[in-house]
Design a protein. Structure first.
Length: 724
């Protein structure tokens, strides 16, 4: 029963061809939330990995991979893999045995907790791991270590989308629709997403819709490759999405483009929203956003008049101090026009990390238990305690969010376990965070490459790469799929869940983590999530194989999963109605002024992934984009007499870096863009503003105030020493 056929392609009938002396394992990409299907070729005797090919039998990507996908396998045999545990001795990381390293970790955990209390040891986790590993991390924090302080890198990524969806729709699954629905839209509004570079395999869906006549509206301060092909590009000033959307809503109400019957039957809050947007005439919106008012009128008509339409967005609207409200305001567009719950109508955020969806559902969030349960809810606690076989009182309460945890290092948090994240590149204001990390009493890091963060650890434990283990991830659509691995553990490396099990054993809690396989973990996760919002109970490994993945919620073994949410127009609130919220424009936390006159925004390039700890090591990718740069508009460059390639010193109130100028019309004259995949002296997060959205605690990565000047010789030398 394979019910979702996403991309049509002629080659589906062809099976992958296996050459003599090779075997294939059918798995998914290590990188973004698309989770494209791929076959990894390997030698069955030595388990050496030889190459990769796209899978034709997985509907999401149907025979295609992006540049990161085709090179992901090059991590596997990489010479810089961590192959044995290391302990810091006399200031240097030195080879140690597993027993030495694990004994030290457990004894330091005990010591710190005894001296400073249970919560003084924190866990900082990540969503590039399988559901099974993310689940184990949440459980280990609560009943292995007994700390309330666990959070994860998804706080920087999906947190605002999650909070925004909850406040509008009552629940969060990144997309209300399967990706196969996109091509049935008559209009696509894509905001703050560099789709072509960050979710390249989503582009065939966008083009599919356009082939059927759909209009494309792109909202982005930069003329990205996606904006280039748009019917309408709204090139707003970074940090002004609320004003822009208010302008669009104003026009939709004024010109009677809203669906009054839908609003009446299925939403609350319309009158208050109407009042909020009353002052946002297109002219007023233009004054704030810098977008021509005629384009705002056009967008309202294009979206309002279409029969089916999808609103899609990503970090460009989410990584703001008003991130959750930005999300809800974009969701308002769908609700006001009744475009939800149908083929071709709905809302979606582009999930970032490979398991950015599943990783935010099963308990590694500070305030959450498996199944998207709330940790303060007595019924949720009782359910999970029963599955875990502990007394409910043993489960701590909510902890602090990722950036708040980093700010507490050396103070409330004396010891840290870091797994699957590299905050010394990816957190805001890394200059400050580095100092705090150095002040920890004890710091252990689990990674497969020595990251900028791992370099500071007291103990480094080598883990395996994604294709050396089995498990599941949940993709951008909410589809649970299987990651299949090759049975190999290079050197002395171990799988994350095995390492955590070993630590738990040494803490006297081994009985709760005594799993034989990822499938054992998944079967426990199914029970723990049962009856929750993200109900995985009805999903089994076997069913995933049979159905090309299963969409949650899937509450029983007979249930076929839920590709499309809200078909019955019952939203997850007690009265079944969605909530319209009105927001007034407050703007970014940090405004430009005469000392810091430019808006800096940050993001990605197609060739690198996140902190770059994986992709900067892959030669094929590094060659295509070796170093960071700053995008600057030709007019701005001319005014400041800046030449292409010239080194610029960019400063904010928190720090500075020096990188070469890339003069390009892509960017607005009042704004600058720097990709963030590098650390140390090339880390743009030395500058970014750590202001958090109070609702979701996502940092404002997308706007801060900076100044630029031609770099002096010393700064250029310092920068050059880190360039390739
Ligand atoms: N190549 C590549 N792909 C990736 C990743 C990667 O690192 N590299 N990471 C994955 C992950 S974890 C994530 S979260 C996603 C991120 O995917 P995206 O969110 O698409 O990527 P970003 O480059 O962070 O930002 C998207 C766009 O937001 C725009 N933007 C900046 N400020 C504003 C604003 O105020 N308003 C609006 N409307 N737009 C704004 C930027 O110009 C940029 O084009 O990508 C995933 N895919
Ligand atoms: N300025 C700025 N900063 C940003 C953003 C931005 O747009 N602008 N985006 C933010 C976003 S959306 C995100 S998602 C974060 C991500 O930032 P990070 O959390 O730092 O992301 P990664 O680079 O994926 O870090 C993962 C680390 O774990 C390792 N790793 C990978 N897989 C595994 C595994 O299975 N097990 C173990 N043990 N280790 C593994 C990798 O080698 C790497 O060192 O960055 C955020 N920071
Ligand atoms: S689009 Fe995403 S999942 Fe697909 S190959 Fe590229 S990085 Fe991998
Ligand atoms: Mo992300």
């Amino acid at each position: 029963m394979k019910h979702i056929q996403n991309i049509d392609y002629a080659m589906r009938e062809f099976d992958a061809i296996t050459r003599e002396g090779e075997e294939l394992v059918a798995t998914h990409c290590a990188f973004c939330g698309m989770q494209c299907g791929m076959n990894i070729r390997f030698k069955p005797d030595t388990k050496e990995v030889l190459g990769v090919e796209p899978r034709y039998d997985f509907p999401m990507n149907g025979g295609r991979l992006c540049p990161k996908g085709v090179s992901a396998y090059r991590q596997v045999e990489h010479e810089e893999r961590l192959l044995y545990p290391m302990i810091r001795r006399n200031g240097k990381l030195e080879r140690a045995t597993w027993d030495e390293a694990l004994d030290l970790v457990a004894s330091k955990m005990r010591e710190i907790q005894l001296q400073h209390g249970k919560d003084a040891f924190g866990i900082y986790s990540g969503s590039s791991m399988t559901n099974e590993k993310c689940y184990v991390m949440g459980k280990f924090a609560r009943i292995g270590l007994g700390t309330k302080n666990i959070d994860y890198n998804g706080r920087y990524c999906m947190a605002a989308a999650a909070t925004g969806f909850k406040q509008s729709l009552g629940m969060d699954r990144g997309s209300t629709n399967p990706w196969s629905d996109i091509k049935f839209a008559d209009v696509l509004l894509i905001a703050g997403s560099n789709t072509a570079e960050c979710h390249p395999l989503s582009m065939p869906y966008v083009w599919g819709a356009r082939d059927r006549g759909a209009k494309l509206i792109v909202v982005d301060p930069r003329e990205t490759k996606t904006a280039l092909v748009a019917d309408l590009h709204l090139d707003l000033r970074p940090g002004t999405d609320i004003a822009l959307v208010n302008g669009i809503i104003h026009v939709m109400i004024r010109d009677n483009l809203v669906d009054h019957a839908f609003i009446e039957a299925h939403t609350n809050g319309y009158e208050a929203l109407k009042e909020t947007v009353a002052e946002f005439t297109p002219y007023h919106a233009e004054m704030i956003t810098g977008v021509d008012q005629r384009k705002i009128e056009q967008a309202a008509h294009m979206f309002g008049k279409a029969r089916e339409g999808m609103v899609m967005f990503a970090r460009g609207i989410e990584q703001h101090a008003t991130g959750s409200d930005n999300v809800s305001n974009y969701v308002n567009l769908s609700l006001l026009t009744g475009k939800i719950g149908r083929k071709g109508s709905g809302v979606a955020t582009f999930t970032g990390q490979g398991n950015g969806q599943g990783g935010r559902e099963h308990g590694q969030k500070a305030d959450q238990l498996p199944g998207y349960r709330v940790i303060t809810d007595p019924a949720a606690r009782a359910h999970v305690a029963k599955v875990w076989g502990v007394d409910e009182s043993e489960i701590p309460g909510p902890g602090i969010s990722a950036y708040e945890m980093l700010k507490s290092l050396g103070q409330d948090i004396k010891g840290l376990l870091l797994i699957c994240s590299n905050p010394l590149v990816s957190a805001p204001s890394i200059g400050d965070i580095e100092e705090r990390m150095r002040s920890l009493d004890f710091f252990v890091c689990i990674d497969m490459f020595l990251s900028e963060s791992a370099e500071l650890a007291d103990v480094v434990l080598p883990s395996t790469v994604w294709v050396e283990d089995n498990g599941t991830t949940t993709n951008i659509e909410g589809r649970v799929i299987r990651i299949k691995g090759i049975d190999r553990t290079p050197g002395e490396s171990k799988r994350d869940w095995e390492i955590i099990g070993e630590i738990a054993k040494r803490l006297g809690r081994g009985q709760y983590f005594d799993y034989g396989s990822p499938e054992d973990i998944f079967n426990e996760l199914r029970e723990a999530s049962r009856g929750g919002v993200a109900d995985y109970y009805g999903i089994t490994y076997d069913k995933i194989d049979r159905m090309d993945g299963v969409f949650w919620p899937c509450p029983s073994l007979e249930h076929e999963g839920t590709p499309r949410l809200f078909e019955d127009l019952k939203f997850k609130f007690p009265d079944g109605k969605a909530k319209l919220h009105g927001f007034t424009h407050t703007g970014p936390n940090e405004k430009v002024d005469k000392d810091y006159p430019f808006i800096l925004t940050t993001g990605r390039v197609v060739y690198h992934y996140l902190s770059g700890n994986q992709t900067r090591r892959i030669e094929a990718l590094r060659k295509l984009c070796p170093d960071p740069y700053i995008e600057i508009h030709p007019n701005t460059a001319a005014q400041l007499h800046i030449k292409n390639g010239e080194f610029l010193k960019i400063s904010s109130r928190r720090g500075y870096i020096t990188v070469p100028a890339k003069i390009t019309k892509i960017i607005r004259p009042d704004s600058l863009f720097v990709p963030y995949h590098w650390g140390k002296q090339l880390g743009i997060n030395r500058l970014t503003n750590p202001a958090l959205d109070p609702k979701s605690k996502i940092p404002e990565f997308k706007v801060c105030a900076v100044q630029i000047e031609k770099a002096g010789e010393e700064d250029i030398k310092h920068a050059q020493s880190a360039l390739y």
